[in-house]
Design a protein around this ligand. Structure first.
Ligand code: KG4
Ligand code: ZN
Length: 340
């Protein structure tokens, strides 16, 4: 008998994603984003995101099936993000997943969004070693996780941001710099022409007495904003490229320093960097440099699997199915503030 085909659906924020995975391999996927509709508000508007998911859910599932060359009837299980995320947005994906699972008579699995980000890497680089250290950096999360077996063991949460997420820091500072939303990619582009040493920015929570695995980015954001304000008050043009390069350097420095330290402290030989901010070119380069120096294997999924997508949810579903995990009941609810 062939292994089951798992459909994964993601709708926790502004991306509607669907993906199909069998035996740890990506068969096809599709993503629709409502990012453009939020741009003029400078951030994701929950109500707009939920409506966009209603609009996109069925076509995105269709597109993922087409991408895989499969039919609806080929689906053997459905996995869906139940949280954390925006409540209304999550409900659309969960409702769609229930409809599909119920009509096909196949099991439904609820998936934690962060487990999805972790599993994204398996679609490119194969099963994760046990244990591995995972740095999740996105618009909503900045976490260091000790992962053993995604399908069986709970993820051990080592540290988190005390305030803003790394992506949020990029997005907010980009706004102050007059760069477009979403700020992360815009900062990355602007930074290419800049000097990373031009603006002295703090490296929050890296002191000897600080929590080694906790992050804080609001002070960095404030420092960058103050620098921009000083130029404005003096009537000088803002050297945006220098600001962007310096901000990116500070964020990459803090993230990679703590992640490599966590690996050393826990005797872990593999670091996986996932989430939207893993797309950042400086975060990638510095992680590579420091992991090489420390003898740590670095795994970063390709960009298209780093940002929110359905394939990563299908990847977790596939692990759950193969581990014989208990499916979710058809009345399963969303859990917008799901803990790890
Ligand atoms: O994982 P993701 O798509 O959504 C969640 O937050 O779950 O991550 C989006 C975040 C945004 O804050 C965006 O600005 C950031 O990832 N991002 C980047 C880059 N590409 C996306 N940040 C820095 N550099 C990038 N190249
Ligand atoms: Zn995400």
């Amino acid at each position: 008998a062939r292994s089951p085909v798992v459909l994964g659906i993601e709708s926790s924020c502004d991306e509607t994603g669907a993906g199909l995975v069998r035996d740890g391999r990506l068969l096809g996927h599709a993503v629709a984003s409502s990012m453009d509709e939020h741009a003029r508000f400078g951030g994701v508007v929950p109500e707009i995101a939920a409506r966009a998911h209603v609009h996109a859910a069925a076509p995105v599932v269709r597109a993922a099936l087409d991408d895989a060359g499969l039919a609806m009837s080929d689906i053997d299980a459905v996995a869906v993000t139940t949280g954390p995320g925006l409540s209304g947005a999550l409900q659309v994906g969960v409702a769609a997943a229930k409809g599909i699972a119920y009509s096909l008579g196949v099991p439904l699995y609820g998936v934690h969004h962060l487990a999805g980000h972790v599993a994204a890497d398996t679609l490119e680089h194969g099963p994760l070693p046990n244990p591995c250290m995972v740095l999740i950096v996105s618009g909503g999360h900045t976490s260091l996780l000790l992962v053993r077996d995604l399908a069986r063991d709970p993820i051990v949460h080592l540290g988190d941001t005390l305030d803003d997420a790394a992506g949020e820091c990029f997005d907010k500072v980009a706004r102050v710099f007059g760069l477009p939303y979403p700020g992360g990619p815009a900062v990355d582009r602007a930074a290419r022409e800049g000097d990373p040493r031009a603006v002295p920015l703090p490296r929050p929570l890296t002191g000897p007495r600080d929590d080694p695995y906790a992050f804080s980015f609001s002070g960095l954001k404030t420092a960058a904003a103050r620098w921009a304000e000083q130029h404005r008050q003096a009537g000088r043009p803002l050297p945006v490229a220098d600001g962007a390069a310096s901000l990116q350097e500070a964020v990459a420095d803090v993230l990679t320093r703590k992640a490599v330290r966590a690996c050393a402290d826990h005797g872990v030989g593999t670091l996986v960097v996932v989430g939207g901010v893993a797309a950042n070119s400086r975060v990638r380069a510095l992680a590579r440099e420091r992991c090489d120096a420390a003898g740590i294997e670095l795994r970063v999924p390709p960009l298209r699997l780093c940002t929110d997508n359905g394939a990563m949810i299908a990847a977790v579903g596939d692990l759950l199915v193969r581990a014989g995990a208990e499916p979710a009941p058809l009345d399963v609810s969303v859990d917008p503030s799901a803990p790890l």
